[in-house]
Design a protein around this ligand. Sequence first.
Ligand code: IPE
Ligand code: IPE
Ligand code: MG
Length: 246
Amino acid sequence: MAKKQEATYPPISPVPYHVGIIMDGNGRWAKRRGLPRQMGHRAGVNNIQPVLEGCVEFGVKVLTIYAFSTENWHRPPEEVSGLMQLLGYTIRRRLSELHKNGVQIRHSGRLEGINPELQEQIRHALEVTKNNDRIILNVAFNYGGRSEILDAVRQIIRDGIDPDELTEEVFSRYLYTGDLPDPDLIIRTGGEYRLSNFLIWQAAYSEYYTTPTYWPDFDKDELYKALAEYAARERRFGRVPDATPA
Ligand code: IPE
Ligand code: IPE
Ligand code: MG
């Protein structure tokens, strides 16, 4: 039987080093199929692995995924507990495979507020994978950009940092993302044009890409398209574009 032809992807340059994804649209994906929202979240979780593999293949080094925002606590309690359970389940089911594949897992967000058993699972996942270096999967869970900035300010005050010594670099190191470079590209699935409190400090100069595709349907072709669009953009960081030689 003929094997299905694997799609080939011409190399992209430059490849974004750090990609952030706002994985939105799970609820609408489920609704369109007449399914409960939780099924959309399940399908969404199942889509992380293939996109992560696509990132490895295309040369992305850090992938930050927005999985649960500080504002998502305002959803109905069954949905919140469904999302919490899903994280625990995913760690239990996928950790050894992720570890085997050289994935370093990180967490951005507040552990405080998450149930202690799940906190322990998260800590365990970070500890087990901390020396892996194939790709970093940074999971933004119980994450809010504003609470991140507040937490940083609180710690800076506690540490007695001299106000005159406080630079953007020093401040950045106090954020949950710590030593990670800023995201080069932020992808939002589900079609909305907003950051929803995602990496609001770090994304100051990120390129932004949105697609109407719901997260569970966002596949490798879609990822490639986003990366190719990124490669075609000109990042100026406030400067005048490079002069074209006369
Ligand atoms: C994103 O999908 C997942 C989380 C916020 C946890 P949504 O649940 O927001 O899906 P929509 O936006 O309602 O379709
Ligand atoms: C952003 O999606 C949060 C995550 C993807 C985890 P939301 O669905 O919560 O964002 P809003 O409410 O549409 O801004
Ligand atoms: Mg949404």
